[in-house]
Design a protein around this ligand. Structure first.
Ligand code: SF4
Length: 434
């Protein structure tokens, strides 16, 4: 009598890179031994891929871990990802956790889980990361509409507030021919859009001598993949060549998400960022020159130690000036072991809150203006598989979510449509042309 398959649930917190890696790790669990169930289900095994970019991220991870332990008593709890790499002791001290895997070991999760026994204390498997050259290929096959393809890992930058280089090691990447094979595997599954992801993807080529532009040149030749979206790229790594390629090649979507972090040069210096506001502004204006309707988003951190009211005013006026489409706003979060954690000039939480509210308001104004600019413009929409309030939605090339009355046959297809109006949800209504 075949032993019953074990129910395993995979939980992912954090970035697109984590989703690509969880999806790849879940595919290493043999189907004849394991039955994959949705996160939140009762399961025999819970695999939790964590994030540690902020204190809030840590707290959310602990909540998911404790919920799994409570809802599936006696189950095996395996925790991996950046939080597990950075702080294995904190996680292993949560009663009920069985396994804590480091950034390299997580890819052997199935082997560790097959031989784990419930014990009073958790097993920690996390060897030194700093020196690793190991690159674990990964791509997500989850929502069938787009796939997150990991092209790069780690980071050689040392921004003063960031722990990611410690969590993920130095910048490295897969070679281009292997990445083309990955993209072909994704195309075989009928997926039309690939989101290129990593930690510092503009730094692609560090371990192989290639460049991000040379990767794009090869990827656009892959049959079946119609769209490539660049998940996020450092301002100092957006080259004229990359902008030129996005302007000339239809497959490279006119959507850039660029971490600015502050509109004050004084604060950028404290953050140890590798550019100043004039360089950032120059890149945005160059994108706008060649791609006037591009969707351009920026990350901004408020409340960094030493950020005065005047510095924040500099950030506000800089952001009002540059032609962005939306902002992602983050409150500064002290990360253990970072230079910023020890910096003087701490900004009270209430001030961080009020500054982020102001930037979120500005983002809403900018996003509405961007949608108005796109009224009556035609674009290609990749419709998703989820039905929301009787509607089917999907993203345009320049990252506007468009909505249309639900029609299952549209799911996973790319259709040309004219953007006819702005609905109350911050989406745009569309009239299909083809
Ligand atoms: S570029 Fe800076 S913020 Fe981004 S991962 Fe590297 S060190 Fe962190």
């Amino acid at each position: 009598m075949e032993p019953a398959r074990k129910k395993v649930a995979f939980h992912t917190l954090g970035c697109k890179l984590n989703f690509a890696e969880t999806s790849t790790i879940s595919r290493s669990f043999p189907e004849d031994q394991f039955e994959k169930v949705r996160p939140g289900s009762i399961a025999d095994i819970h695999v939790i891929n964590t994030c540690s970019v902020t204190g809030i991220a840590d707290r959310k991870c602990r909540q998911v871990i404790k919920r799994c332990i409570k809802e599936s008593p006696g189950s095996v709890i395996a925790v991996m990802g950046c939080y597990a790499q950075l702080n294995p002791g904190e996680i292993s001290s949560i009663p009920g956790v069985d396994l804590v895997l480091g950034s390299n070991e997580k890819f052997d999760a199935v082997a560790f889980i097959e031989r784990i026994e419930k014990k009073k204390t958790a097993e920690i498997h996390s060897n030194g990361l700093a020196a690793t050259d190991l690159f674990h290929p990964s791509f997500s096959i989850g929502d069938r509409t787009r796939s997150f393809l990991k092209v790069q890992d780690g980071c050689d930058y040392r921004c003063s507030y960031c722990t990611i280089p410690v969590a993920r090691g130095r910048s490295r990447n897969q070679d281009i021919p292997s990445l083309i094979l990955e993209a072909e595997k994704i195309a075989c599954r009928g997926i039309k859009e690939i989101v290129l992801t990593g930690v510092n993807i503009g730094d692609f080529g560090k371990s192989t001598g290639d460049s991000f532009a040379s990767l794009l040149k090869e990827l656009v030749r892959v049959e079946g993949i119609e769209r490539y979206r660049i998940s996020s790229i450092e301002p100092n790594l957006i080259t004229d060549e990359i902008i030129g390629m996005a302007a000339e090649c239809k497959k490279i979507l006119p959507h850039f998400h660029i971490p600015l972090q502050s509109g004050s040069d004084k604060v950028l210096r404290l953050m140890k960022r590798r550019y100043r506001t004039d360089q950032f502004g120059e890149r945005i204006n160059l994108i706008r020159k060649y791609l006037p309707m591009a969707g351009i988003g920026a990350d901004v951190i408020v409340g960094f130690p030493g950020e005065t009211d005047n510095d924040f005013e500099d950030t506000m006026s800089f952001l009002k000036e540059i032609p962005l489409s939306y902002l992602h706003v983050f409150n500064f979060s002290e990360r253990p072991g970072t230079a910023a954690e020890k910096m003087a000039g701490k900004v009270p939480f209430s001030t961080r809150e009020s500054r982020s509210r102001k930037l979120i308001e500005l983002s809403e104004i900018k996003h509405l203006a961007f949608l108005e600019q796109n009224l009556n413009r035609s674009d290609e929409i990749l419709f998703e598989h989820t039905r929301t309030d009787g509607l089917i939605t999907g993203f345009t090339g320049n990252y506007i979510r468009a909505e249309y009355p639900w029609k299952s046959s549209l799911a996973g297809t790319i259709k040309t449509g004219r953007l006819t109006g702005i609905s109350g949800t911050g989406r745009m209504t569309v009239e299909l042309i083809d």
